[in-house]
Design a binder for this molecule. Structure first.
Ligand SMILES: C[S@@+](CC[C@H](N)C(=O)[O-])C[C@H]1O[C@@H](n2cnc3c(N)ncnc32)[C@H](O)[C@@H]1O
Length: 191
């Protein structure tokens, strides 16, 4: 009986904490689909990137698949919600891969300097805010791959349509050059 109550309390804690983080972040830890993960891996592989960051890594599906697809690369997986982060941490500890670092952090508060490529599965209102951070901290030309949602204010380099009802497209961007010279020349201004 005592065990039943413990399980019930655990489930309740999981639901309450996870719901709380869905409310504060505005998004659930829903993983990218297998089709979109495959497409994102293909894009990153073609670009030959080394240091990848997953902004909001959820349960780790995308970050782990990138790390497995590119064993020479290093993937940083940031996640704020405690249960998805814990699952990722345990998954990573038990099964690897070793080229993933799992960190519980608000990605808005960490430095992205030195990143070759950013991947995300967020939503457009949040991406509009994140865009300013990407412009401020990443080198112009850095690859940004957004699953499903576009980044308002940027023009995609490519949009890959997928036969997948959960993840119907993947947007590919390059961080625009917003230095004074580029602005004067009208380069990299996509909105
Ligand atoms: C839709 S899931 C994507 C999971 C994973 N990237 C994938 O594609 O499989 C979005 C995740 O972003 C996380 N998230 C949203 N805002 C965040 C923030 N500011 N810092 C860290 N994680 C955040 C949410 O908690 C959620 O787990």
């Amino acid at each position: 009986m005592r065990g039943d109550y413990l399980i019930l309390a655990g489930v309740l804690l999981f639901v309450l904490v996870t719901t709380y983080y869905v409310v504060i972040t505005g998004i659930s830890p829903m993983p990218s689909s297998r089709t979109s993960r495959r497409k994102i891996n293909e894009i990153l592989n073609l670009a030959g990137v080394c240091a990848v960051v997953d902004l909001g890594a959820g349960w780790g599906d995308l970050a782990f698949s990138i790390a497995k697809a590119m064993p020479e690369s290093e993937t940083m997986a940031y996640e704020l919600s405690p249960f998805p982060w814990l699952v990722m941490k345990v998954r990573n500890g038990l099964f690897g891969p070793r080229n993933v670092t799992v960190r519980r952090a608000d990605f808005r508060k960490v430095s992205l300097a030195g990143t070759d490529a950013v991947v995300c599965y967020l939503y457009s209102e949040l991406l509009e805010k994140v865009r300013h951070k990407l412009e401020a901290e990443l080198k112009p030309g850095t690859l940004v791959v957004s699953n499903v949602f576009d980044i308002p204010g940027w023009t995609p380099e490519a949009v890959h349509k997928l036969y997948d009802s959960q993840c119907p497209q993947v947007y590919v961007y390059r961080v625009p050059d917003r230095t004074a010279a580029a602005v004067a020349a009208g380069v990299g201004l996509a909105g």
